[in-house]
Ligand binder design. Structure first.
Ligand SMILES: Cc1cc2nc3c(=O)[nH]c(=O)nc-3n(C[C@H](O)[C@H](O)[C@H](O)COP(=O)(O)O)c2cc1C
Length: 224
Protein backbone atom coordinates (compact mmCIF):
# COMPACT_ATOMS: atom_id res chain seq x y z
CA UNK A 1 0.00 0.00 0.00
CA UNK A 2 1.33 3.46 -0.87
CA UNK A 3 0.30 6.59 1.02
CA UNK A 4 -0.90 9.53 -1.07
CA UNK A 5 -0.48 13.03 0.34
CA UNK A 6 -2.43 15.83 -1.33
CA UNK A 7 -0.30 18.79 -0.20
CA UNK A 8 3.43 18.41 0.10
CA UNK A 9 5.38 21.43 1.39
CA UNK A 10 9.18 21.48 0.98
CA UNK A 11 10.71 20.85 4.40
CA UNK A 12 14.30 21.55 3.42
CA UNK A 13 15.86 22.46 0.12
CA UNK A 14 19.31 20.93 -0.46
CA UNK A 15 19.97 22.19 -3.96
CA UNK A 16 22.94 24.23 -2.74
CA UNK A 17 24.67 21.28 -1.11
CA UNK A 18 27.55 20.92 -3.53
CA UNK A 19 31.07 19.64 -3.14
CA UNK A 20 33.96 19.24 -5.54
CA UNK A 21 35.77 15.94 -5.18
CA UNK A 22 39.52 16.42 -5.51
CA UNK A 23 41.32 13.97 -3.28
CA UNK A 24 42.37 11.24 -5.66
CA UNK A 25 42.50 9.64 -9.07
CA UNK A 26 42.04 6.09 -10.30
CA UNK A 27 44.10 5.05 -13.32
CA UNK A 28 44.02 1.67 -15.04
CA UNK A 29 47.82 1.76 -15.27
CA UNK A 30 48.20 1.91 -11.51
CA UNK A 31 45.83 -0.77 -10.24
CA UNK A 32 46.22 -4.48 -9.53
CA UNK A 33 44.60 -7.31 -11.52
CA UNK A 34 42.76 -8.59 -8.46
CA UNK A 35 40.15 -6.25 -6.94
CA UNK A 36 40.86 -7.59 -3.45
CA UNK A 37 44.33 -6.10 -3.70
CA UNK A 38 42.88 -2.72 -4.63
CA UNK A 39 40.28 -3.05 -1.85
CA UNK A 40 43.11 -3.80 0.57
CA UNK A 41 45.06 -0.76 -0.61
CA UNK A 42 42.02 1.53 -0.25
CA UNK A 43 41.08 0.04 3.14
CA UNK A 44 44.56 0.73 4.52
CA UNK A 45 44.62 4.22 3.07
CA UNK A 46 41.27 5.03 4.69
CA UNK A 47 42.48 3.47 7.96
CA UNK A 48 45.83 5.26 7.92
CA UNK A 49 44.20 8.62 7.40
CA UNK A 50 42.55 7.94 10.75
CA UNK A 51 39.57 10.13 10.13
CA UNK A 52 36.98 7.47 9.34
CA UNK A 53 35.04 6.71 12.51
CA UNK A 54 34.38 3.08 11.53
CA UNK A 55 36.31 2.23 8.42
CA UNK A 56 34.94 -1.35 8.48
CA UNK A 57 31.29 -0.24 8.49
CA UNK A 58 29.58 -1.41 5.32
CA UNK A 59 26.07 -1.37 3.95
CA UNK A 60 24.59 -4.79 3.22
CA UNK A 61 21.70 -4.82 0.79
CA UNK A 62 19.51 -7.86 0.43
CA UNK A 63 16.39 -8.71 -1.52
CA UNK A 64 13.76 -9.36 1.13
CA UNK A 65 11.03 -11.98 1.27
CA UNK A 66 8.62 -9.09 0.58
CA UNK A 67 10.38 -8.39 -2.74
CA UNK A 68 11.84 -5.09 -1.53
CA UNK A 69 15.57 -4.42 -1.31
CA UNK A 70 16.73 -3.47 2.19
CA UNK A 71 20.06 -1.93 3.14
CA UNK A 72 21.56 -1.74 6.60
CA UNK A 73 24.98 -1.12 8.09
CA UNK A 74 27.01 -3.94 9.62
CA UNK A 75 30.67 -4.27 10.57
CA UNK A 76 32.98 -6.19 8.30
CA UNK A 77 35.14 -8.39 10.52
CA UNK A 78 37.51 -9.92 8.00
CA UNK A 79 38.39 -9.91 4.33
CA UNK A 80 40.51 -12.36 2.37
CA UNK A 81 40.89 -13.31 -1.30
CA UNK A 82 37.80 -15.48 -0.73
CA UNK A 83 35.54 -12.65 0.35
CA UNK A 84 34.16 -10.44 3.09
CA UNK A 85 32.86 -11.62 6.47
CA UNK A 86 30.28 -10.11 8.81
CA UNK A 87 28.39 -11.57 11.77
CA UNK A 88 24.71 -11.45 12.51
CA UNK A 89 21.62 -13.30 13.68
CA UNK A 90 20.66 -15.90 11.07
CA UNK A 91 16.98 -15.49 12.00
CA UNK A 92 17.00 -11.70 11.49
CA UNK A 93 15.27 -10.10 8.54
CA UNK A 94 18.56 -10.08 6.62
CA UNK A 95 19.29 -13.68 7.66
CA UNK A 96 15.97 -14.87 6.25
CA UNK A 97 16.46 -12.78 3.11
CA UNK A 98 19.88 -14.34 2.52
CA UNK A 99 18.54 -17.87 3.12
CA UNK A 100 16.01 -17.18 0.39
CA UNK A 101 18.36 -15.34 -1.97
CA UNK A 102 22.09 -15.32 -1.20
CA UNK A 103 22.85 -12.64 -3.81
CA UNK A 104 23.62 -9.40 -2.07
CA UNK A 105 25.44 -6.13 -2.32
CA UNK A 106 28.00 -4.67 0.06
CA UNK A 107 29.03 -1.05 -0.10
CA UNK A 108 31.55 1.14 1.61
CA UNK A 109 31.64 4.94 1.58
CA UNK A 110 34.91 6.39 2.82
CA UNK A 111 34.01 10.05 2.70
CA UNK A 112 37.43 11.24 3.89
CA UNK A 113 38.93 9.71 0.75
CA UNK A 114 35.92 10.55 -1.46
CA UNK A 115 35.74 6.86 -2.32
CA UNK A 116 33.03 4.27 -2.66
CA UNK A 117 33.33 0.51 -3.21
CA UNK A 118 30.33 -1.54 -4.32
CA UNK A 119 30.54 -5.32 -4.21
CA UNK A 120 28.01 -7.76 -5.63
CA UNK A 121 28.48 -11.20 -4.21
CA UNK A 122 27.01 -14.46 -3.03
CA UNK A 123 26.73 -15.11 0.70
CA UNK A 124 27.26 -18.37 2.50
CA UNK A 125 27.40 -19.13 6.21
CA UNK A 126 30.93 -19.25 7.58
CA UNK A 127 32.03 -22.59 9.05
CA UNK A 128 31.02 -23.33 12.66
CA UNK A 129 34.70 -23.06 13.57
CA UNK A 130 35.04 -19.54 12.23
CA UNK A 131 31.79 -18.38 13.87
CA UNK A 132 32.78 -20.01 17.18
CA UNK A 133 36.20 -18.39 17.02
CA UNK A 134 34.80 -14.91 16.51
CA UNK A 135 32.02 -15.35 19.10
CA UNK A 136 34.63 -16.50 21.61
CA UNK A 137 36.66 -13.33 21.01
CA UNK A 138 33.75 -11.05 21.97
CA UNK A 139 33.32 -9.61 25.46
CA UNK A 140 30.72 -11.38 27.63
CA UNK A 141 28.30 -8.44 27.35
CA UNK A 142 28.27 -8.73 23.55
CA UNK A 143 27.88 -12.51 23.74
CA UNK A 144 24.82 -12.20 25.97
CA UNK A 145 23.49 -9.34 23.86
CA UNK A 146 23.60 -11.62 20.81
CA UNK A 147 21.80 -14.39 22.70
CA UNK A 148 19.12 -12.20 24.21
CA UNK A 149 18.14 -10.43 21.00
CA UNK A 150 15.76 -12.17 18.63
CA UNK A 151 17.00 -9.69 16.09
CA UNK A 152 14.31 -8.03 13.93
CA UNK A 153 11.39 -9.43 15.98
CA UNK A 154 8.80 -7.04 17.43
CA UNK A 155 9.23 -6.67 21.21
CA UNK A 156 6.86 -5.12 23.76
CA UNK A 157 9.33 -2.66 25.30
CA UNK A 158 12.92 -1.73 26.11
CA UNK A 159 12.39 -3.15 29.60
CA UNK A 160 11.55 -6.53 28.14
CA UNK A 161 15.03 -6.65 26.61
CA UNK A 162 16.84 -5.41 29.71
CA UNK A 163 14.95 -7.77 32.02
CA UNK A 164 15.79 -10.72 29.79
CA UNK A 165 19.43 -9.67 29.76
CA UNK A 166 19.51 -9.48 33.57
CA UNK A 167 18.04 -12.97 33.74
CA UNK A 168 20.61 -14.30 31.29
CA UNK A 169 23.44 -12.70 33.26
CA UNK A 170 22.27 -14.66 36.31
CA UNK A 171 21.81 -17.89 34.35
CA UNK A 172 25.32 -17.67 32.86
CA UNK A 173 27.16 -16.48 35.97
CA UNK A 174 30.46 -18.38 36.14
CA UNK A 175 29.52 -20.45 33.10
CA UNK A 176 30.94 -20.53 29.61
CA UNK A 177 28.82 -18.59 27.11
CA UNK A 178 28.58 -20.66 23.95
CA UNK A 179 27.62 -19.33 20.53
CA UNK A 180 23.96 -20.03 19.81
CA UNK A 181 23.17 -21.80 16.50
CA UNK A 182 21.15 -18.84 15.27
CA UNK A 183 24.12 -16.49 15.33
CA UNK A 184 27.19 -16.57 13.11
CA UNK A 185 29.04 -15.24 10.14
CA UNK A 186 28.33 -14.78 6.46
CA UNK A 187 31.13 -14.91 3.93
CA UNK A 188 30.30 -12.86 0.86
CA UNK A 189 32.16 -14.11 -2.22
CA UNK A 190 32.48 -11.27 -4.73
CA UNK A 191 31.44 -11.56 -8.38
CA UNK A 192 31.69 -7.86 -9.17
CA UNK A 193 33.62 -5.09 -7.44
CA UNK A 194 33.32 -1.44 -8.42
CA UNK A 195 35.67 1.29 -7.23
CA UNK A 196 34.50 4.89 -7.34
CA UNK A 197 36.83 7.82 -6.85
CA UNK A 198 35.26 11.27 -6.73
CA UNK A 199 36.73 13.75 -9.27
CA UNK A 200 36.02 17.40 -10.12
CA UNK A 201 33.07 18.38 -12.34
CA UNK A 202 31.32 15.10 -11.62
CA UNK A 203 33.73 13.30 -13.98
CA UNK A 204 34.39 10.65 -11.37
CA UNK A 205 36.54 7.57 -11.93
CA UNK A 206 34.70 4.26 -11.91
CA UNK A 207 36.55 1.00 -12.40
CA UNK A 208 34.56 -2.22 -12.32
CA UNK A 209 35.98 -5.72 -12.01
CA UNK A 210 33.79 -8.65 -13.10
CA UNK A 211 34.59 -12.25 -12.29
CA UNK A 212 34.97 -14.39 -15.43
CA UNK A 213 34.22 -18.09 -15.92
CA UNK A 214 37.93 -18.91 -15.65
CA UNK A 215 38.01 -16.99 -12.32
CA UNK A 216 40.08 -14.17 -13.74
CA UNK A 217 38.80 -10.61 -13.35
CA UNK A 218 37.80 -8.41 -16.28
CA UNK A 219 38.31 -4.74 -15.64
CA UNK A 220 36.35 -1.94 -17.31
CA UNK A 221 36.05 1.78 -16.88
CA UNK A 222 32.46 3.00 -16.48
CA UNK A 223 31.10 6.39 -17.32
CA UNK A 224 30.37 8.42 -14.21
C1 LIG B 1 27.69 1.12 12.78
C2 LIG B 1 26.76 -0.06 12.82
C3 LIG B 1 27.26 -1.34 12.95
C4 LIG B 1 26.42 -2.44 12.99
N1 LIG B 1 26.96 -3.69 13.01
C5 LIG B 1 26.14 -4.77 12.93
C6 LIG B 1 26.69 -6.08 12.79
O1 LIG B 1 27.92 -6.28 12.69
N2 LIG B 1 25.82 -7.12 12.74
C7 LIG B 1 24.47 -6.94 12.80
O2 LIG B 1 23.75 -7.94 12.76
N3 LIG B 1 23.92 -5.73 12.91
C8 LIG B 1 24.73 -4.63 12.96
N4 LIG B 1 24.18 -3.36 13.03
C9 LIG B 1 22.71 -3.24 13.08
C10 LIG B 1 22.13 -3.39 11.68
O3 LIG B 1 22.27 -2.19 10.96
C11 LIG B 1 20.65 -3.79 11.70
O4 LIG B 1 19.90 -2.89 12.47
C12 LIG B 1 20.42 -5.20 12.26
O5 LIG B 1 21.40 -6.10 11.77
C13 LIG B 1 19.04 -5.72 11.90
O6 LIG B 1 18.89 -5.72 10.51
P1 LIG B 1 17.75 -6.57 9.76
O7 LIG B 1 16.49 -6.45 10.60
O8 LIG B 1 17.62 -5.94 8.42
O9 LIG B 1 18.22 -8.00 9.70
C14 LIG B 1 25.02 -2.25 12.96
C15 LIG B 1 24.49 -0.95 12.85
C16 LIG B 1 25.36 0.13 12.75
C17 LIG B 1 24.78 1.50 12.54
Amino acid sequence: MIRTIKQSKTMKDLNDYRKSYEKGELWETNIPEDPINLFNRWFHEAEDLGREEEVNAMTVSTIGLDGFPKARVVLMKQYTYEGFIFYTNYNSEKGKAIANNPNLCLSFFWHTMERQVIIKGVAEKTSENISDGYFESRPDGSKLGAIVSNQSEVIPSRNFLEDNLKQLEKDFEGKEIKRPDFWGGFLVKPVEVEFWQGRPNRLHDRIRYKLQEDYSWKMDRLSP
